[in-house]
Structure formats: structure tokens, C-alpha cells
Design a protein around this ligand. Sequence first.
Ligand code: GUN
Ligand code: ZN
Length: 430
Amino acid sequence: MLKLIRGYVLHTLKNPFFEEEALEGFEDGALLIEKGKILELGDFSQVSKRYPDADVIYYKDAFILPGFVDCHVHYPQVPIIGAMGLRLLEWLDTRTLPEEARLADSDYARTQARVFLGLLARNGTTTALVFGAHFKEAMHVFFDEADKSGLRITSGLVLGDRLLKDELHTDPDKAYAENLELIRRWHNHGRLRYAVTPRFSLSCSDELLAVCGRLLKEQPDLFFTSHINEQIEEIETVLELFEDSSDYLSTYEKHGLVGKHSVFAHNVHVSDSELGRLAKAESSIAHCASSNMFIGSGLFDMKRHLEHQVQFALGSDVGGGTGFSLFKEGLMAYQGQMLQLAKGFPLTATQLLYLATLAGAKALHLDQTVGNFAVGKEADFMIVKAPDKSTLKQTLEHSPSAEASLAALFTLAREDSLLDVFVSGESVFV
Ligand code: GUN
Ligand code: ZN
């Protein structure tokens, strides 16, 4: 009944951007788990003395970290990861939207759902806000597979009624009816929740965004996600399409879509006014560092987000992003800040761990449940071990501190360093 997981435990207790001593580490540590929840955390010698009958599982030379929280990732886009040479609008037209149209076939959608969920788990991601597909049936099969996977998934039907491809377009009445059907079936079903998901205001008429607002008003516990302020050409088009809007955020605001359950991806080219309004609304930003570089969107202004106290966490943005690993996403976030010299924010490894775990849990309002190893939370964790002969192994052998070990993990650990991944104490590794 009692499981004692032994290894090098690391997690963040609080927000290291604003508070000291946020990182807690136990080099020979133990997580005590009962019925999927954390009962105790500490040095192995002490915890094992108090619970001599607990079942000990020893992960020698391995790290035990909280499961990652990915705040922005697209379920249909695994096949187009690495589509080089294209900026956002051309990348959508030539590679991404044609692939997304294939999910009209529900059998193909189910295969892609399984692949996608398996890859999240293999990369240590136990919780995610997932951009769905444009087809209702593709969302039923996705939620069905997500339910079986054990992962904590918030997702929704993607909406657009212009400027995409005809096959992907909906209309306001259809969107309302299909959302209601999916919400009734899947919202708060097990570990699943529903997010109203217009693709971006470029692809949505005012009437369609109004339907999104109506859904959120009728059911305030729903989530909301979309893209914002990603590329200059995109922003210019949005402002041409919405003549009465002075900036991108106001295209969402006017339909009641900017609140504390809202997560906006990217926000690279953002005004001070928008940052002030996002902070006031308590919305969150998914910072998608590798995607911002890969499709050439620009470098995230972390300093200004911090100054305005706008919450942000990490998003892999597969397939604009270059893979599922939030270790790599953390490294990209770090590099993106270093490149900006004095304008950038020099991140620490503790801050990266926070952004990949507790910050994401906060953005998704799951921080009472997951995000770190506070006693009473669900036991969502990953086991990370450097493969034999790997660069990571060599670097870790010389690590002088917990902070340095964590920095080595963000720099070098990838899929092949994950031994196992657990949600509520049960393995979800496939
Ligand atoms: N904006 C609208 N759709 C997308 C998408 O699929 N990926 C990214 N990165 N931005 C978008
Ligand atoms: Zn995206």
C-alpha cells in the first residue's frame, strides 16, 4: 500500500522569480506515496525509518522530478515537426493545415491521438493544455484516448470560419452545438477538462468569437486557449480584419475571452497596454521558445512580462516547436533570454524547473493538485537517469550542486533519459 520512491528528489516549493530558496532537493531522498498521493517527502534515511514496512523502489543514480506541465501543444502536428524554411502563415498554409485536414478520418485521428499522448508521456509531461483538431469526431477519439492514457489533459475543438481551408471551416451555430456535445461528454470526466479553442482571431469572425464568449459565460469553469501576438505579418492582418480593434488582445476581450481561465500562446510582440490588461485579467501566457525561434516569430520579452506580473509557463508548441521535451524547451527559453543581452532575463535552472512544472500547474489552475511534491498532492513524477556513456552522465559526475545538476538536465536530458513517468503513482509510460 505504501510506496517509497528512492532517488535524488528535486522540486520547486514556490516562485523563484519573486521568492528566495524555492528549490528543495534531497540527494538521497524519498517520496512516500499512499493511494496515489504524496504522504511524505524527505531524506531516505529518515522517511524509511518512520515507515519500515513501505515498499521501497530504488532508482539508483536517478532524479525524481515533478511531472512536466506543457501549456501549449497541438495534437495533430507530430507529422510536421521540423518543417523548415517557412514563416507562420506560409507554414500553416503549406504544411500544417493540409496535415490537420487529414484528421477528418477518425481512424487516422485515433492513431495520431495515441502517438501524441504516448510521446507526451515519454517526455515526462503528465499534464497538458492541448490544441485539438477541427473535427468533432477527431476530438471524441482524442478525449477517449486521453482518458485511457491516464494523463491530465485539457483540450477542445479548434475553431475557424475563414482564411484556413474550406474543409476546416465551421460556422457559429455548428461550433456552438459541437462544443456543447463535447463539453457534456468530456468536461471534468476523470482527469479531462474542456477548453474553448478558437485557432486565432485571424481565422475567426466576430460571430464565431461571440459563440466562444457565450460558451464561457454559460459555463465559467471551462478553459479558454488561443494564439496571440506571434508574428508581425499575422498581427497586421488581424488589425486589418478587426477595424474597430486597436490591438490583438482587444479582438478577444470584446467577446469576454480574456479571464483567469485563459491561456494565450506566444505573445512575442506585445504592447505595455496589453500586458497591463493581461495581468489585470489574471490570464496566462504559454511561452513557446523553440517555436518562436523555429518559425521565426521573435524572442519573448520575459522581463516585461515579469515587470507587469503577467503569469507565464512553458509550451512545446509541437509542431511549430521542435519536440516534446520541456527540458529542451527550458534550454531554448534560457538561450532566448541570453541572446537579448541586457534586455533579456538571465534564467536560473531553478526558474526553468518552476516554469516547466508549478508555473504550468498554476496557469491551468491545477496547482492544488500537482506541480510539486507538497504533501497531499497527487504523485505525478518522472524518473530521469543519464544513459550509460552519455554526455549527461559525464557532466553530472562533476556536478558541484543541485542547481548545477538541474542545469545539466535542462541542457542535456532528453527522451532517452527518462526511465519511467507516473500520474497519481501509476506508470503512464508506454
Ligand atoms: N497560429 C494559428 N495556428 C497556429 C499553429 O498551429 N501554430 C502556431 N505556432 N501558431 C498558430
Ligand atoms: Zn500553437
